[in-house]
Design a protein around this ligand. Structure first.
Ligand code: NAD
Ligand code: TDX
Length: 339
């Protein structure tokens, strides 16, 4: 299949930038338009490997802006949409939820309506395992697990999923939904667990572990997620939902200890702090469907990929120092001081 004009939204963020760099390094049958508002989480430095390519263009803008979105679809004759753009951090959604519903719900609606008008070939809604809520000690999320989101963030993502499916059922828009587990890798914004713990360790700062540290997340290397989205772009069935995961469950405290060990730092840096309100206990993904139906499977080994990720943050101090010296300081203070 030759995929051509692809609109990637949120392509200056963590997963979107890795996706664009991956796609453009591996194929020349695509033209990528990256539409990104450049919020605090968007960073064009992430796209250095792609920025000078002839089959890549960046448009700064907001997915909730109807006129701009229409202009982009029209000008670039968009045939495929991959919607990564979102407010993505649970803790920020607890501090203030409005922008989450605006971007994640209204923004998705604007993109779906434009996709109808321009009769696109496929719309991938990049969703999350968090829409399923929280698991007990046993069991896995399948695509048939009930939606039970617990945070403003995950409820906004679940809302967008339902809207996207409604556009498939009502209008026949070829929508496919992906629900991936927790990603790690290069260019992840330092507010998320793994980069936050790496950077604090490197700076000999306390490592704030929420609650008892026994919450479990199922980790996948970002490039495996990118490969899965590419597979869904080519072969995903319209109206379908695909879970994506690498079956690597870890307790938060074990991730933190692993990082400290790798960096030769003492465990005395760990500080247990007040829990996140409504903190989901455990996520774990069953990705049998995408494996059997589409032939994707993860290829990166956790131990190697986490080491590479830690090395990347060691080598790319300039990248994260610029971030943590700006508005991030205020955010960190609000969330962690006197917690
Ligand atoms: P991120 O926060 O790093 O990046 C989000 C990007 O979206 C940023 O570049 C930001 O500028 C852009 N953006 C935000 N609001 C926008 C708007 N209104 N218009 C245009 N652009 C806007 O997020 P991420 O971790 O890369 O996540 C990408 C997607 O994957 C999200 O939809 C998220 O829900 C989903 N997801 C993330 C994970 C994870 O572990 N990080 C796991 C599963 C699913
Ligand atoms: O300082 C911290 N201390 C801590 O104990 C932070 C930032 C997190 N945690 C815990 C909370 C979670 O149990 O670590 C775990 C991971 O936290 P996050 O990195 O904030 O991720 P999570 O809340 O699991 O959500 C992530 O995965 C699903 C992404 O941020 C979402 O965008 C994605 O949809």
């Amino acid at each position: 299949m030759s995929v051509n004009k692809i609109l990637v939204t949120g392509g200056a963020g963590f997963i979107g930038s890795n996706f664009i760099n991956y796609l453009l390094a591996n194929r020349d049958d695509v033209f990528v338009v990256n539409l990104d508002k450049l919020t605090y989480a968007g960073n064009l430095e992430n796209l250095k490997p792609s920025e000078n390519k002839k089959n890549y263009v960046f448009v700064k803008g907001d997915i909730t802006n109807n006129e701009l979105v229409d202009y982009v679809f029209n000008k670039y004759e968009i045939k495929y949409v991959i919607n990564f753009a979102a407010e993505s951090h649970v803790d920020r959604s607890i501090l203030g939820s409005e922008v989450f519903y605006r971007t994640n719900v209204i923004g998705t609606n604007v993109l779906l309506e434009a996709s109808r008008r321009y009769e696109i070939e496929k719309f991938i809604q990049v969703s999350t395992d968090e829409v399923y809520g929280s698991l007990g000690p046993e069991g896995l999320f399948t695509e048939n697990s009930p939606l039970s989101p617990n945070s403003p963030y995950s409820s906004s993502k679940a809302s967008a999923d339902l809207m996207a499916l409604a556009f498939f059922h009502t209008f026949g828009l070829p929508v496919v939904i992906t629900r991936c587990s927790n990603n790690y890798g290069q260019y992840q914004f330092p507010e998320k667990l793994i980069p936050l713990m790496i950077i604090n360790s490197l700076n000999n700062k306390k490592l704030p572990v929420y609650g008892d540290g026994l919450n479990v997340r199922d980790w996948i290397y970002v490039l495996d997620h990118n490969r899965a989205v590419e597979t869904v772009l080519e072969k995903g069935k319209p109206g379908g939902i695909y879970n994506i995961g690498a079956s690597r469950e870890m307790r938060n405290i074990d991730i933190v200890k692993l990082i400290l060990k790798k960096l030769n730092k003492p465990e005395s840096l760990i500080e247990f702090v007040k829990d996140r309100p409504g903190h989901d206990r455990r996520y774990a993904i069953d990705s049998t469907k995408i494996k059997n139906e589409l032939g994707w499977k993860p290829v990166y080994v956790f131990e190697d990929a986490i080491s590479e990720t830690i090395d990347w943050y060691i080598k790319n101090k300039v990248w994260w120092e610029r971030i943590i010296s700006g508005n991030y300081k205020e955010y960190y203070k609000t969330l962690y001081e006197n917690r």
